[in-house]
Each structure stands twice: as structure tokens, then as C-alpha cells.
Design a protein. Structure first.
Length: 478
């Protein structure tokens, strides 16, 4: 793709999102519920068809619940099956793949949720359409130019002018390459991998376990995908290259497992890749922002890639909304890279260590402990929380949960166990809620950002107005 000096401009959108994967769809949903005019384009004729990113971590479940698809995720997904090791056609023992913890008041989701990536995308697309948006399929970005006021993009369907462009077009991002932003990283494993969605004869393999076999040629796993009749097959190739044909996948299964080739009744999708970890040197170039796999590429071990991508979108959406609609300083967008790039770097290291067997899939993979302490939008401390921490769930004191109070595009000023005076202004984007003492917070005032993190905390409202002004909230506005 070339950077073209496009003369035509069509000022009909605030944000152009390139790529309709989980990241692009989540961002489009978040912008739509805020009333931000956005267009989501995808060069493919339809949504990505495979199961690739199948693990939805607890923190991402919280995000999806806030975006309005929590019920659909519960309906179409399920808990991770218990791993079952095999050797020479016999079961040798169970293996817990992930940390499982019972839900608590503060953390309502205690385990990863299994759902194929194509289903996650279908759910997000349905939600986007409910919100009045859609995806423009078979629409490629072929060039772009930008200036101080926006981006002029050349699409295969014609030019478009936008205030911002978000590249959510995957690990081989054409936008990132066109901008000359390098990716710094390493090959996690030199052995190529095959991933495929297959169907297996009902009497050949049970769907109660995640089946794992180690062979001299490399490991192979078959994981039943909840809500479908499919298994996700993942195989390592210590020598040679994967054969992606249906016959090749069947032969692979017959060679490395006790199943026969004909037991694989259908090969629905197959792809190959080499596990690597890479981080974009920058997440922003002027009016163009990188998100999801366009900004960071992970090993699939530990189920972090899709989750980190969705949370990129969740971090960016409210900031674009505040700048474009509510008078926030344009510098607010700078905080996206400042907050998300360190998180992505840490998660990349986690994925790599898990892939290499140096760390188990423990609490860190759930992403509940990630936050923005010390970041550009984190000010103060109260009770047991510091600004930048994830805001816990819990009883709201009026029959609702705190997540019910937070749900939506607004900020929440939460008073916990205190009689401190609360401001009455701030406009419709600031809601105030008072509740009794709760140990997950302690005592104090907590400004909860639209993405569920504490932005400001204090024992009283001193300094709150000064914090709110740059992000587009004026306490003098009713």
C-alpha cells in the first residue's frame, strides 16, 4: 500500500476503523454506543472464519458484559475442558490447563471462557448492528494521507475523510507497514504450527476433555469448542511444513493419535503460523493509531492475544469519544499508547514464558490484575485502591451490582463508606453513586473511568475538578 496524496475529502466520519476482527468490532461497538460517527471496513468478504483465539479471559468477559453482550457470551461459550494426556492410544491422566477460581463479589468471573473467535466476532457484529452500525465488507484501504486535522483514506470504494484512523488490521497490518512503524520481537518457537477446526465422529472421541498427545514429530491437541460440533486442532511440526488440505489434516490426525483418518468427518478451516512475539515501536503516528494484533503479536499460549486486543479497543474508545464529542484535550489520545504499550509488552512476555514452559497459566493470564498505576491518567489513592487499579464489582447498596452502575459510556464517581460532599455537576457523562462500606474499596471517593479503572481517588473531592477538566468533564456544568 502506498501513502497517496489524496486530494478528495469526504468529511462524513469521525473515526475510520480498518479491520473487522475482535478489536475492530469491539471499538466500533464502543464508539457506536457513544454516538461517535465511525466506519468499520474489512477487506475480506466476511468475518474471519476460524476458531483461532478461543479463550476469553475473565477481564475480557467484564468488558464484553459492559458492551452489552454478556448474555450472548454466556449462552454460546463454556468453561475450558479438563486436559487429558494420551500416550500410545491410552489415557495417562488429567491436566488442568488454566487456573480456576470460584467467582467472588469483586471478581464475578473466575475462569477463562471457551468460545471460538468466529463466534465472538458474530456476537460483536450483532451488537454493532443493534447500535446502528455495520461492517463494510470487501472494502480495502489502498492509501492514506494525513494532516494536523485528520486522515484522508483511499478505500477501494472511494475516498473518506476522518478525524482519526485506527488500524485493527492484524499482525500483517498494511497500515502499520505503510507508516513505517517497525515491530520489535523474536521467534518464540522455530517449529511451524497448524491450527484447524475439525469435526470428529461421535464414537471416536469424547467432548469432555481437551485431548493432548506428544509425539516425536511434535505435539497435537484436540479441544472441543463449546456451542459447536467442532474441535480445534493444534499441531506442532518439528520438521517439515504443515499440509493444510483436508486430506493432509486427516493424515496428520491418523499419524499422531489413535484416531483413523476417516474419523475426521470434516475439516472446516485450517491455517499455519510460526509462534512469535513482537511489539510495535509506536502505537500512534499522528492521527493514526494501532490496536490489537497490528500493535502486538503473541504466541497463542495462555490465550492473551484476542483479550489484549479487545482491551486496547476498550481503552481507546472512551478517549476518542471524549475528544470528539465532549471537549476533552486532544492530548488525551496520547494516553492510549502510554497506557496500553507497557501492558502489551508485559503480556507478550507472559505468553512467551508460558509457550516455553517457564510459567504456568495462573492468575496473571486472567488479566484482572492489569492496570495503569503511575500512568498519565492515574491520580491519588483512597482506601485500599490506587488510581490505575481495576474497579472491583460488588453490591451497589440499591439492589444492583457495581458493574450495573458502571455499565455504559459514562464516568462514575463512587463514594464508598464516606459522607464526603459530592459534586452535583459534570453533565450527563458523570454519574454519582454512594454506597456503604465495602472491603474491596475501603473508604473514599473513586472516579471510575468508562473502561472500569479508577482514574482518580481521594478522601474528599479536593483536586477532582482539576483532574476532570482535561478529559472533558466540567463540574460547573449541570
Amino acid at each position: 500500500m502506498e501513502l497517496n496524496n489524496v486530494k478528495e475529502t469526504v468529511a462524513d466520519t469521525a473515526v475510520l476503523i480498518v479491520g473487522a476482527g475482535p478489536c475492530g468490532l469491539a471499538l466500533a461497538c464502543d464508539l457506536a454506543r457513544r454516538g461517535v460517527p465511525a466506519r468499520l471496513v474489512e477487506q475480506g468478504a466476511g468475518l474471519f472464519p476460524g476458531s483461532r483465539g478461543k479463550g476469553v479471559q475473565p477481564r475480557t468477559r467484564e468488558v464484553l458484559d459492559d458492551l452489552g453482550v454478556g448474555d450472548a457470551v454466556r449462552t454460546h461459550g463454556g468453561p475450558a475442558p479438563v486436559g487429558m494426556a494420551w500416550q500410545d492410544g491410552a489415557r495417562t491422566g488429567e491436566h488442568r490447563m488454566f487456573r480456576v477460581a470460584p467467582p467472588t463479589e469483586a471478581e464475578p468471573y473466575g475462569e477463562p471462557w471457551m468460545m471460538p473467535q468466529w463466534r465472538t466476532q458474530e456476537i460483536l457484529l450483532a451488537r454493532l448492528r443493534e447500535l446502528g452500525g455495520d461492517v463494510e465488507f470487501s472494502t480495502a484501504l489502498t492509501g492514506l494521507d494525513q494532516d494536523a486535522d485528520g486522515v484522508t483514506a483511499r478505500l477501494s470504494t472511494g475516498p473518506v475523510r476522518a478525524a482519526y484512523l485506527v488500524a485493527a488490521d492484524g499482525g500483517r497490518s498494511t497500515v502499520r507497514r505503510a507508516l513505517g512503524i517497525a515491530m520489535t520481537g523474536e521467534t518464540v518457537d522455530p517449529a511451524p504450527m497448524l491450527v484447524a477446526d475439525v469435526r470428529v465422529a461421535e464414537d471416536a472421541l469424547d467432548r469432555l476433555n481437551w485431548h493432548m498427545m506428544n509425539t516425536d514429530a511434535g505435539f497435537i491437541t484436540l479441544c472441543p469448542l463449546p456451542g459447536t460440533a467442532d474441535f480445534q486442532l493444534v499441531a506442532q511440526f518439528k520438521e517439515g511444513a504443515p499440509d493444510l488440505s483436508a486430506d493432509g489434516v486427516r493424515a496428520l490426525v491418523a499419524a499422531r493419535t489413535h484416531l483413523r483418518a476417516e474419523d475426521v468427518t470434516e475439516v472446516r478451516w485450517a491455517s499455519d503460523f510460526r509462534p512469535r512475539a513482537a511489539l510495535a515501536d509506536r502505537f500512534r503516528a499522528g492521527r493514526v493509531l494501532l490496536a490489537g494484533d497490528a500493535a502486538h503479536v503473541h504466541s497463542p499460549a495462555g490465550g492473551q492475544g484476542l483479550n489484549t486486543s479487545v482491551q486496547d479497543a476498550y481503552n481507546l474508545g472512551w478517549k476518542l469519544g471524549q475528544v470528539l464529542l465532549h471537549g476533552a484535550s486532544a492530548s488525551l489520545v496520547d494516553s492510549y499508547e502510554e497506557e496500553r504499550r507497557p501492558v502489551a509488552a508485559g503480556v507478550l512476555g507472559l505468553s512467551t514464558r508460558i509457550h516455553r514452559g517457564e510459567q504456568e497459566r495462573g492468575a496473571a493470564t486472567q488479566q484482572l490484575g492489569l492496570g495503569y498505576r503511575g500512568g498519565p491518567l492515574s491520580t491519588g489513592r483512597a482506601g485500599v485502591l490506587e488510581a490505575g487499579d481495576r474497579a472491583p464489582d460488588g453490591p451497589a447498596g440499591d439492589g444492583r451490582r457495581l458493574f450495573d452502575v458502571f455499565r455504559g459510556p459514562h464516568f462514575t464517581l463512587l463514594a464508598v463508606g464516606t459522607d464526603a460532599e459530592l459534586p452535583t455537576g459534570g453533565g450527563p457523562m458523570l454519574r454519582v453513586h454512594r454506597t456503604g462500606a465495602y472491603e474491596a474499596y475501603g473508604k473514599g471517593l473513586f472516579l471510575v473511568r468508562p473502561d472500569g479503572y479508577v482514574g482518580w481517588a481521594g478522601e474528599d473531592a479536593t483536586g477532582l475538578a482539576e483532574y476532570l477538566a482535561p478529559i472533558g468533564l466540567d463540574l460547573n456544568r449541570g
